[in-house]
Each structure stands twice: as structure tokens, then as C-alpha cells.
Design a binder for this molecule. Sequence first.
Ligand code: CTP
Length: 387
Amino acid sequence: MTGGIAAYKSVHLARLLGEAGAEVQTVLTAAATRFVGADTFSGLTGFPAHVSLWEQPGEVLHVRMAHEADMAIVAPATANIIAKLAHGIADDLLTATLLEARCPILIAPAMHTGMWEHPATRGNVSILASRDVRFVGPESGSLAHGDEGVGRLAEPEAIFAAATELAGGRRDLEGRRILITAGPTHEPIDPVRFLGNRSSGKMGVALATEAAARGADVIFVLGPGTVSPPPGVQTVNVTTAQEMRDAVLETFPEADAVIMAAAVADFRPKKVTPGKIKKEDGMPELILEPTPDILSELGRTRTRQLLVGFAAETTGVEEAGREKLRRKGLDLVVANLVGQGGTGFGSDTNEAAILSADGEDEPLRPWTKRDLAQAVLDRVAALFEIR
Ligand code: CTP
């Protein structure tokens, strides 16, 4: 990070990279620290953010970081750093690290239009481009001091997409709109109580993060809970099964695929008591009714959309999953084991099978939620291709 008013956007970029599973190590020039604090990045990334060549006695910091890095991203990059990199100047930690590094380098310039268009900068950009350094942006728009023009830092999502591409990451879901649901639903009993379940929403977050990284336009419908939606993903927060149904149905016509990772409540109290139920009124009796089955409705009304369901089971996982695949008219079902420690609801891992209408199944085995999300989206991308 170099010194520019756009440095605040790099906070969001660091989050996007971290959410996608990257280990993000931050180097700030002295000028950058005038705009953002090193501590912000240490806190966000879990790695110390560095500013000076001399801060770790006994360690050659720039050499270690250069050798560890799989990619270097300079965002924002001033005209000054572009000039220094073009000419091999290494007079601080950032320039020394980049001169030692042999990993791919991505530069996101941010400066005033005059500086960007100056023949000196044009020449420096050409030198770097001829060495296979990649550029993303700058974009046109409002600049510091109320000016307008070319020179604005690319949006964090665009820098992230360019980094994914440079890392050899697939963009096989580009142009596809994928609706993903996650988390539990809460069905009210009275104003303070509800029926719920133990779903955390982590599986849905893993799917939404991965789908967005692969270029999909993700709409994320999230039930109540503690997980944060992935940054940069359009999110609709809902509480009940009915609200989730309405949110899903609204965007369904424009969706190319729907992945129902949410643990939608199957039953809800038939009557919501308007005031808090009091102990002195005796033991209440809850009469339940079914909630709308969102996925079955989608299965009946779909036109071209791919449908992926989840089946949370405590026994007979694969058989029950296959039965749901048929009954709900789905393309894929992720059948997972729940109700045991260390797998399923709330954990970072899942014991799951991927069952497919075309008979290409992945048997029940343990996965990290991230790997499972990747495997599900591999299947979705392959199904898009053959349709
Ligand atoms: N689902 C849904 N709407 C509901 C209940 C579930 O869309 N009201 C979706 C879930 O998001 C999941 C799939 O259906 O993708 C499977 O849900 P599950 O509750 O396990 O299946 P059911 O068909 O309700 O079967 P059962 O409860 O008998 O296991």
C-alpha cells in the first residue's frame, strides 16, 4: 500500500482476500500510514503489518516476505511507486520487497489524471507491463480535491477479481446469477420466543464466497444468526421461512441456479401469541403447521434454473438425500450428517455426499466447508456447460 486517499479501500480488499482463504501480509509505505493505520491491517489479517526495513532486528524482512509471497498486490499504487519499480529503486521496505520478489505482481494505480497521463508515467507503466507486471484500473470518476477524471483506484471487487485471475483462479461462473440461501429460520411463538435450529450459515457463506470469487453474480439470502455475509455480495436478511420464500421467489426468475443451503424450519406455530406468554397462565400448548417448502415450489415452477438442495440427516444420509433429490425435483443434493460433534451445523467441516440427478455421485466423506463449496460449484459449472 502506498500513500493515497484511496488507501481506505484496501481495508475492504484485504477482507475480500482473507475471506477467500488467502493469507494476507501487509506492507505500507510511510506515506500510506498517513491515510490508514498499520494496526487496522494487523487486526484484519491476523499477520503483523510492516512499514520499515529495520523493524525486526536479526531478520531480513524484505527477503522473507518476498520469498513467501505467491502474489504481490500494490493498491493503491502512486505514480512514485510505479516509477521506482520501473527503475529498480529499493529505498524502503515495500520497494525492496518487490525488487526481491519473483511472484506475479498486480498494480492498482491511483493518482490524479495529469500524473497518470504524463509521458513519464506512461513510459514506466510500459516498462512494467513488458516485465509481465499486471495492472487493474485506474478507473474514471471523482478524485481527491473534488476533481474528476481517470486515476481513481479500481473497486476492491475488481482488484480481487484481477488477483483471482492472475492466481490462475477459475472464472467459470462469470455471467451466471446464483441465488444462495443460508442459516436457520426462526419461527415466532410470541414476541420473545421462537422455534429455530442449530444451523450457523457457514456452509452458505463458503458457497457465496467461492461463487463470487469465480465470477458469479451472487444473491445471498441469509437467515438470523451470527455469521457475516461475504463482503461485496448482495445480501437479503430474513428471519422466517415465509420471509425466505418471498425473498427467494422475488429473485428466482432472474436466477440461473439456486442453492438452498439454509436449514429452513419445517414447522411453525400455527398462532403467534401477540403478547409474551406468562408462566402463570399455565403450560402453553404449541400447535404447529408446516412452513412453505421453498425448494419444492422452485422444483415445480422452474424454467431453466439449476436447483441444488441440502439434506441434513442424522441417519441413512445417502438414501434420504437421494429420496429428496427425486421428491423435490432437484439437480443436486448435498446430503450431510448432522447431530454429531465436529461435523455439520456450526462446525467448519461437513461429512457429506454429493448426489446428482445424472447419477454421478460423490460418496459420504469429511470435507472442509470450503472444499465442499468448491466441489458443489464445480458440479454447477459443469451442469451449466452441458445445458
Ligand atoms: N427446504 C425448503 N423449504 C422448507 C424446508 C426445507 O426449501 N420449508 C429446503 C432446504 O433448504 C434444503 C432441503 O429443502 O435444501 C431439504 O430440507 P429438509 O428439511 O432436510 O427436507 P424435508 O423435505 O423437509 O424432509 P425431512 O424434514 O422429512 O427430512
